[in-house]
Design a protein around this ligand. Structure first.
Ligand code: G3H
Length: 503
């Protein structure tokens, strides 16, 4: 159970502690932040409302711990990460339980998130050992006008303190996708969990604590965004920010100083369906892509753009599958669970009502109970409806009927977002042309959008983000290239003893 067994020390009465200087602590604020269970809409957990002074302390410790961590051999950093991954996987049950309670993720998906996170940490440790253990060697005479008098050695050095801010929908997985690359590369790490998802994050951090990482290297600070949000992101000690979330990322990027940013800020992933597509495959992928975790994934299918000639048949197939989705509590592994908050449910409802007023066809009756919204397919959506452009982050999926592939591509490219997209066709040549034409960071051919496997590059164009994720790209983003140039007094081309004897 969450907060018991090896996790007892992270709890103080009914409030979870924050993590600083290798210890679990209670904030001097004496205040806490409540975490509302989306299903019951009652307070499930409480976490510390940390103060700006506590942020300052954590940053000071992170700066100093990083200096010695950068001198810790790479194999040793990897060894500790492997240890943390094993502890995390061994304790998947209590962590998954907190995911169920604080973000209403179905129980089986919550377990998958923890296991996937352990695998990501281990993969990152292995990849880090390879890519950080090698550098480049360049010679000056490849550039015009130069002789072979300069030998340039390149290697990768850590940035310093990395601030990681994961979102509510993958609080564990999208936290470790930032923590593991930062640590293997020799950085220290300050984690600010989302409020909903904070308790899962605190449990995950305890696994790193038990693995034996040095004091101060990892910290986890909880609290209200209004109190410590800007203070953290604008803190002078921070050398890199890795953020996943919504619009807040835009304001962070405007306020952050001259530091590398890794941002993933959502998407409106289009699913373009051609006339020759396998419609059963498309329907299954629309269900998986549009409705898993109740549509609360940045990579969810958020608009279906289907050729008019096959639209009726596709809509019927999707409708039949929607009817089979189970709706209810995450503890019972229902497919559709409550969305994360009342304000989120209200926002989704606003999009649905706008579509209703403007004449969309409702394939199911709209139904809501508290934060629980029944899955809804909206057919005959037109571009003047908000749902054609905005991301509901809920179990509501619009279908726009198109008369040409160009119309589909134009709709996809007119979006402010450009995370992923997908195209369904049996013609690989057409698929490649469409993939090239779509302005998105990734295009999936004949499958729904998805970030994983977690070592694949993951990036968004336009408002969907800055930088690229995936294990290798994250390690590279969290390091800087350092070069040393050996300058020779004379060009050195020849080899062998004859040349040496002339010295
Ligand atoms: O919500 C954003 C996540 O990066 C999506 O990850 O494709 O594994 O669901 P996923």
């Amino acid at each position: 159970m969450a907060g018991t067994g090896i996790f007892t020390e992270i709890l103080d009465g009914e409030v979870y502690k924050y993590y600083s200087d290798g210890e679990w602590r209670t904030s001097s604020s004496g205040k806490s932040v409540a975490i509302i269970n989306p299903t019951t809409r009652k307070t499930q957990y409480k976490v510390q409302a940390c103060t700006q002074e506590e942020v300052n302390k954590v940053m000071e410790l992170a700066k100093s711990a990083q200096k010695s961590w950068a001198k810790t051999p790479l194999w040793k950093r990897a060894e500790l990460l492997h240890k943390a991954a094993a502890i995390l996987k061994d304790n998947k049950a209590p962590i998954a339980e907190s995911l169920v309670k604080e973000i209403a993720k179905p129980a089986k998906d919550s377990v998958t998130e923890v296991v996937r996170s352990g695998d990501l940490i281990s993969y990152c440790a292995e990849e880090g050992v390879r890519i950080l253990g090698e550098g480049k060697f360049l010679l000056s005479d490849s550039f015009p006008g130069n002789e072979r008098t300069k030998y340039c050695l390149t290697s990768k050095i850590p940035l310093g303190v990395v601030l990681a801010i994961p979102p509510f929908n993958y609080p564990v997985n999208l936290a470790v996708s930032k923590i593991a690359p930062a640590l293997i590369a020799g950085n220290s790490l300050v984690l600010k969990p989302p409020t909903q998802g904070a308790v899962s994050c605190l449990h995950m951090v305890h696994c790193f604590h038990l693995a034996g990482f040095p004091k101060g290297l990892i910290s986890c600070i909880t609290g209200k965004g209004s109190e410590i949000g800007d203070f953290l992101t604008m803190h002078p000690a921070v050398n890199c920010i890795s953020f996943t979330g919504g619009d807040t990322g835009v304001s962070i990027s405007k306020k952050a100083g001259m530091i590398p940013l890794q941002m993933e800020l959502g998407g409106k992933d289009a699913c373009i369906v051609l006339e020759d597509a396998d419609l059963d495959l498309v329907a299954s992928n629309i269900i998986k892509g549009g409705f898993s975790y109740s549509g609360q994934r940045c990579t969810a299918v958020k608009v279906v753009l289907v050729m008019e000639s096959v639209a009726d048949e596709l809509v019927e197939k999707v409708k039949a599958k929607v009817a089979k989705l189970t709706v209810g509590p995450p503890e019972e592994n229902c497919d559709i669970t409550a969305v994360v908050s009342e304000s989120s449910a209200n926002f989704i409802e606003g999009l649905v009502m706008d579509a209703k007023d403007k004449g969309a066809t409702f394939c199911q009756e709209y139904k809501r109970d508290g934060n629980l919204i029944w899955p809804l397919l909206l057919d005959n959506v037109r571009p003047d409806m908000r749902i054609a452009w905005e991301e509901p982050f809920g179990p509501v999926l619009p279908v726009l009927r198109i008369n040409s592939v160009e119309e589909g591509i134009n709709h996809c490219n007119a979006s402010n977002f450009g995370l992923q997209g997908c195209v369904f066709t049996k013609d690989i040549n057409k698929a490649m042309l469409i993939s090239d034409a779509m302005e998105t960071g990734t295009v999936q051919i004949n499958s729904a959008p998805a970030r994983g496997p977690d070592h694949f590059p993951f990036q968004g164009l336009k408002d969907s983000g800055i930088g690229s994720q995936g294990v290798t790209n994250s390690i590279n983003l969290m390091t800087k290239v350092k070069t040393t140039v050996i300058n020779l007094p004379t060009p050195s081309y020849a080899m062998g003893a004859g040349f040496i004897s002339r010295l």
